[in-house]
Design a protein around this ligand. Sequence first.
Ligand code: F58
Length: 833
Amino acid sequence: MESRIASAVNSRYAADPVRTGLGVEPLKRAVLDNLTFHLGRMLRQAKPHDYYLALAYAVRDRLLQRWMQTHETYANHSIKVACYLSAEFMVGPHLGSNLLSLGIEDAAREALAELGQDLDLILDEEEEPGLGNGGLGRLAACYLESLATLEMPSVGYGIRYEFGIFDQEIRDGWQAEITDKWLRHGNPWEIVRPDIACAVKVGGHTEGFHDGDGRYRVRWVPGHVVLGIPYDTPILGYEINTCNTMRLWSAQACESFDFQAFNVGDYYRAVDAKVISETLTKVLYPNDEPAVGKKLRLMQQYFFVSCSLQDMLRVHGLIGVPLERFPEKFAVQLNDTHPSIAIAELMRLLVDERGVIWEKAWEITQRTFGYTNHTLLPEALETWPLPLFQSMLPRHLEIIYEINRRFLEEVRLRFPADEARVARVSLIDEANEKRVRMAHLACVGSHAINGVARLHTELLQKSVLADFYALWPERFSNKTNGVTPRRFVRLANPGLSTLISSHLGESWIRDLEQLKAVEPLAEDDDFRRRWRQVKLENKRRLAKQIYDRTGVELPPEWLFDVQVKRIHEYKRQHLNLLHIITLYARLKNKPTLEFPPRAFIFAGKAAPGYDRAKRIIRLVHGVAEVVNGDPDVNRRLRVAFFPDFNVKNAQYIYPAADLSEQISTAGKEASGTGNMKFALNGALTIGTLDGANVEIRDAVGAENFFLFGQNADEVAQLRRAGYRPWEYVEDNPELAEALTLIRDGLFSRGDREMFRPLLDDIMIRDEYLLCADYADYLQSQETVSNAWRDTENWTRVSILNTARMGRFSSDRAIREYCKEIWGVRPVRVHLEE
Ligand code: F58
């Protein structure tokens, strides 16, 4: 009965043309209404940002109609929900993607035009929510979008950081970090839900007691309690009514707890406690690699995980199904180890708070969780010092000990008299300072473990997780990453999308394998001409952005050679620089050298404490200064650094690339997803056999991919044999010259110290094998230059790259997760008219 009344209200609501109509008139009315009643702005005073907000609220009304209908549908069906637990979601600007999903871009453009506004300028007003570091956070966002588009019931659970990833400015060639105040002007996309806040305990101690049935139980007496307030952002599927939720938790002081002090008269202590609580979700940690063992970071992880699991149990309680059936209703995916404390927390919630017996609780837990690993770098595997764990999460440490005790018993049964193995797999690293190994906890507590590209999964099974693979091979599978074609082709590259749609219709946008049908057009002269035209236009657009931001002019006819990603030694931006410096030296030595002109474009942030990465950024600027300023070379070579790489800027960059640099040391990059975004937009790749490059090369054809470098086996072998980088330098005069030019201060205005740390690393240890791969890289770059001279064939290959990249859609990846790990199935949402 109640739900009938509710839907009657909903349908009346749906019929309101101003709040939900999709035509030009209702949108225009809604914008005007919002300017007045929401923002209190006089029309004649309204600024572009006011129009942005007014349009965003108009769009949000349309989302909410679908959102409520989606909830209604889920409530009325027996469904299973995929819960994606991730400390990061790098969703990018919402307005453009929501207009696209609703199919109202044209209507909104016209409505704004009638109000004297340009939609593109209004879109540009949106402050990007930078709630992630790099690939991992962006992948989570692509997956939420695909889940909604595929009509899969799902929730993305994470943290509402008040400050996301820092904004990058360049000063004197160095990176400067600026606080990201993304909430400064308000966030029209979120809805706060204080009514379903969760309390999270911290610190204190545990006590044993006997309950009413005489059973021994443990109670956790916290030192402190923090409140988690959920902020919901609707995530609408493309041209579908499914509108799922990204639920991000924000920490707030728990008044009933902290203000006890206030009641007894200690006002200042109460305020201190409030400040501490609210610091918890202040800032995203900007490291894209090792966990630095910070207490606040562990607390962030525990905080959002506890809120999310409590939320699931609350919803489960509403369904009225017994707890044993929790895994039939919720599949919880751990996006790396950051949320892996969830395994101990679900055990605690079940055993301590719901009185479930251990064995039953463990079965529920294992059936619930899946774990995705995103890195092979041993130094990036998270571990936490025991004392820190003990002080913040005393009960969890006890639970982890008990999980470990039972687990090691199993290991000893399976592998008798193998104490070395027991020490290797233990959840506690006893070697030096005792630490909890989060990846081990994730493996033991999950029924499914996956890597993010074929090679990565193979290497995981052979190296970092080999002992777990030996125990439970059936738990392992590969799920090669994917990217959403809505944002990274349709929105970012409207020209290419229109061209493709003029031949295929628009269904490729939701079924990317259909791009195959473009293949024969690679032989069509006219199609190739139009393809080139689109690319040239995209290059003009990017060149203008770069010029406006840096003053560097890049002629759009030149080959655009692009490397954009976090700055990291293993990604080898400095190998790219060695190539540029060599070209510079060749041109200086022989000014008449024949050479197709190239523009080298870099972008990416360095972790604020990562000295080498920051020096690499400085070296890009040093090389840019010399090359761009030298009339002997700047007619054939230019270098630019596009500052503040983020989702918004990325949308200018991928569509404008001719050549995509994917040059990490083999065995280091788990997958990469930028590699996919480039190739989908028709860039050719120069790359190593690393991460998903291997599969991209298989898909587009080896003849359409510029391969170079040692493969992962050769890298391992070279290291075993004793790698001596200086021998490569001695044998290669061009490499020696490039290094000497850097050392002599050519790119640092005579300062011979600036790049010494980088050079020492390369010459002495060369952890990332720049010297070993240099000659082959240069050779391969020559092949690129020669291929570029044949414009028609280059275009042909560019078309084939796009046509054959359909597999790398996040829709394919999400279908695999749903079918093979989560057991989640689509549910159609019908909108009441
Ligand atoms: C990335 N990891 C991988 N981590 O490096 C990349 O190969 C892969 O394509 C991508 O995940 C998606 O699977 C990554 O981005 C982080 O940014 C973490 C942030 C938090 C601290 C630890 C690293």
